[in-house]
Design a protein around this ligand. Structure first.
Ligand code: GDP
Ligand code: ZN
Length: 367
């Protein structure tokens, strides 16, 4: 087995400190590079090993978000006879993305962890919707990772159009860097490498078709060979070579840095009002009976939602999740309103400039 250095995988003094008690217990550290059916491929100093979650860990995971995910740093008990290692503990995460577990009402499933930077990729060929971008920014900031906006397919637009899209993106980006990129011509791709210094991990989010795979390929394989396969990423999961499309991946770049590109991240569902009504139908169904039409179901008198919780008809945990999400949405909406005002001001400026220009021409004509 080939030995692996941990520092380029993102091992830090904080992680070493968190791991110290486990080292004393004879465990070894590793980073999850792939998960499939609760079997994990883990990068350790002694090489890549397969691991299973220990019974205790699994038990803790019930109802909690304790199952390991791609990107997690874990403490393993290796099997001296070469069998699967036991994954005992997940070290504290610096960031994580989650989604609702399929078929479960409230349970969250971690889809990726310990990501430093998220490239929010949008294609300039279709209109980049500031609202969609905002939602991605909110989700990213909440994860604990830093967002970077990537406007791809810049080859499809011309000077002024590019400036317009860029200005719109800058307006909502809230200080996040904005990059213009074309994987087709190679423009701007190299600039993204600053987020891939050794030990740093990125992931990509954005609408389907925006160019995420193309960017991963360009970053991993280098410009000029967009069809090259990410190193180690699509190595078949099992020895019989069966390829599974549901596995998760952490790609270690030979040139430094790591890219997490998983189906789970791709399917990440971004909250919006509709999905909230849908996912909290049991809560919102009762809102009609509240005394006040604009009841927020917090401490208003005559609140039918609260009454249902008190009576035990509505799960208190569900109610709390609802309130949390409601608060988040209110914050997002406020942000959106602020941005909308900025856009309106800009439009007003543009219009007044256009009017002035028109007047100048007319004045000239009269002279
Ligand atoms: P993903 O769904 O976000 O992974 O997007 P893909 O990487 O699969 O790209 C979607 C489509 O956009 C493909 O047909 C790509 O060839 C095309 N594409 C990707 N990058 C660029 C680019 O910079 N310029 C142009 N014109 N097309 C691109
Ligand atoms: Zn109410």
């Amino acid at each position: 087995m080939q030995s692996i250095e941990l520092l380029p995988l993102g091992w830090t003094p904080d992680r070493a400190e968190a791991f110290a008690p486990h080292a004393a217990a004879g465990l070894v550290p590793g980073r999850v590079s792939l998960e499939h059916n609760h079997v994990y491929r883990v990068l350790t100093a002694a090489g890549e090993v397969l691991a299973e979650a220990a019974g205790k860990l699994k038990h803790e995971a019930e109802g909690r978000n304790a199952l390991p995910a791609v990107g997690d740093w874990v403490a393993l008990r290796p099997d001296p006879s070469g069998g699967r290692a036991l994954l005992r503990t997940i070290l504290p995460r610096t960031s994580w993305f989650s989604r609702k577990a399929a078929g479960r009402e409230t349970e969250e499933q971690i889809v990726a962890a310990n990501i430093d930077t998220v490239l929010l990729v949008f294609g300039m060929d279709i209109h980049v919707k500031p609202r969609a971008l905002e939602r991605y920014l909110v989700v990213t900031r909440r994860s604990g990772a830093a967002p970077v906006v990537v406007l791809n397919k810049v080859d499809l637009l011309e000077g002024e159009e590019i400036e317009e899209v860029l200005a719109d993106a800058r307006e909502v980006s809230g200080g996040a860097p904005v990059h213009l990129v074309s994987t087709r011509t190679g423009t701007g791709v190299a600039d993204l490498e600053v987020y891939l210094s050794p030990g740093r991990t990125i992931t990509l989010l954005g609408p389907s078709g925006a160019g995420k795979s193309s960017i991963v390929n360009a970053l991993v394989a280098g410009h000029g060979s967009p069809d090259a396969l990410p190193i180690g990423a699509v190595r078949p999961w099992d020895s019989r070579g069966r390829h599974t499309s549901v596995h998760r991946q952490l790609v270690v770049r030979p040139a430094g840095g790591m890219i997490i590109d998983t189906p789970g991240m791709r399917e990440l569902q971004l909250w919006d009002t509709d999905s909230m009504d849908e996912s909290f139908a049991d809560v919102t169904a009762r809102a009609g009976a509240c005394r006040f039409r604009d009841c927020r179901h917090e401490s208003e008198p005559g609140c039918a939602v609260k009454a249902a919780v008190d009576a035990g008809d509505l799960d208190a945990g569900r109610y709390e999740s609802f309130l949390k999400l409601q608060a988040e949405q209110a914050a997002t909406a406020r942000l959106r309103d602020e941005r909308a005002q900025i856009v309106a001001k800009r439009q007003a400026r543009t219009i007044s400039r256009a009017i002035r220009a028109m007047q100048n021409t007319r004045d000239k004509d009269r002279r």
